[in-house]
Write a protein that binds this ligand. Structure first.
Ligand code: RUB
Length: 328
């Protein structure tokens, strides 16, 4: 690994992602792209393109290691790093310029994708719908708020989303947009489901078979929605689709500190009690009516089509890697 030190800002962004000051799969991805851009802008190592690539790989590695579940993070890092991995540069200056442009391209695409999901997804909500959302997803909010802006009167429910209470961010955003959201405990979802029409949630990762990994509790909501014949929609940009899952790789579910669930004193007083804090769960495709992407609305079973269309290179690399492993 490169001996050239990374700028302080890159470590700060990595720490902000790890500690969830920056959170939500889309935001994490854009923050990582921004960190790579800063790393390139502030490079102060030798005037040697190879040394620069090594230094950028160090930044890429650091950023990817911050949180394990949202595939948008490695997708963002790989998208930016692709310019260095697939091209050779004669000068460091040219390589820096290419990284900056690629990072900016990613950020712009990601922002526009969320907006486009709102435009496309808003058509799935009807005037008078009672809609539930979980956690805090920019893509899901884009759908709900855009439908509201288009004149659809919606009654929106948001779960608290324990233990980190991202639901509070959601109700604030909805309220700022002019809606009058209702905040509800996570455990009230099945009780409320009979009076709801639709559920809209975001995604951290969509797998090749159309399963969706999102904030813990999402799969229970999907179960209750299925039981009550309530439509369950997922809003997810194509950067949330995981090329690694094409070869059957499983998505790692982040397990966070028990101290987000109970206080330190509680653990000290009760040494015989184990507290676990899994942060995400998996909703199988059978429980999902549609995935709203910036490329259109798809049934979950068509996730593989988005992957093949958008991640040709990555899938080819994954397949080569899998074959090499078999031959070893
Ligand atoms: C956030 C979460 C969100 C998705 C999608 O979890 O599960 O639903 O990341 O969000 P955490 P977005 O708070 O642990 O990061 O649509 O904004 O990408």
């Amino acid at each position: 690994m490169s001996g050239v030190e990374l700028p302080r800002e890159v470590y700060e962004i990595a720490e902000d992602i790890k500690t969830m000051r920056i959170r939500g799969a889309g935001r994490i991805a854009r923050a990582a792209a921004r960190a790579l851009k800063i790393a390139a802008e502030k490079y102060s190592g030798p005037d040697d393109p190879e040394a620069f690539v090594e230094y950028m790989e160090k930044a890429a590695h650091l950023l990817k290691s911050t949180r394990p579940t949202a595939v948008s993070l490695p997708n963002a890092v790989n998208y930016v790093m692709r310019v260095l991995r697939e091209r050779r540069f004669d000068t460091v200056e040219a390589a820096i310029k290419a990284v900056i442009e690629q990072a900016e391209r990613f950020i712009e695409y990601s922002m526009k994708a969320t907006q486009r999901i709102g435009e496309i997804g808003s058509r799935l909500l009807q005037d008078g719908d009672r809609v539930l959302t979980h956690c805090n997803s920019s893509a899901a909010l884009s759908v709900i708020i855009e439908a509201w802006r288009r004149g659809k009167d919606l009654e929106v429910y948001a779960t608290e989303t324990r233990p980190k209470f991202q639901g509070h961010i959601t109700v604030t955003k909805l309220s700022e947009a002019g809606l009058r959201p209702t905040l509800v405990p996570d455990s009230s979802v099945r009780y409320l489901m009979k009076r709801l029409d639709k559920v809209v949630v975001g995604a951290d990762t969509v797998t090749a078979n159309g399963a969706v990994i999102n904030k813990i509790g999402t799969s229970q909501i999907a179960l209750a929605a299925k039981e009550h014949n309530v439509n369950f929609f997922v809003a997810a940009e194509s950067i949330k689709f995981s090329p690694h899952t094409v070869i059957g790789e499983l998505v790692k579910i982040e397990e966070r500190s028990p101290l987000e669930v109970v206080q330190k004193e509680y653990l000290e007083r009760n040494p015989g009690i184990v507290v676990r804090n899994p942060a995400f769960d998996v909703t199988p495709p059978e429980y999902i009516d549609a995935i709203i992407t910036e490329l259109g609305v798809i049934p979950p079973q068509a996730a593989i089509m988005i992957l093949v269309e958008e991640y040709k290179r990555e899938i080819r690399d994954e397949l080569l890697r899998a074959t090499a492993d078999i031959e070893d």
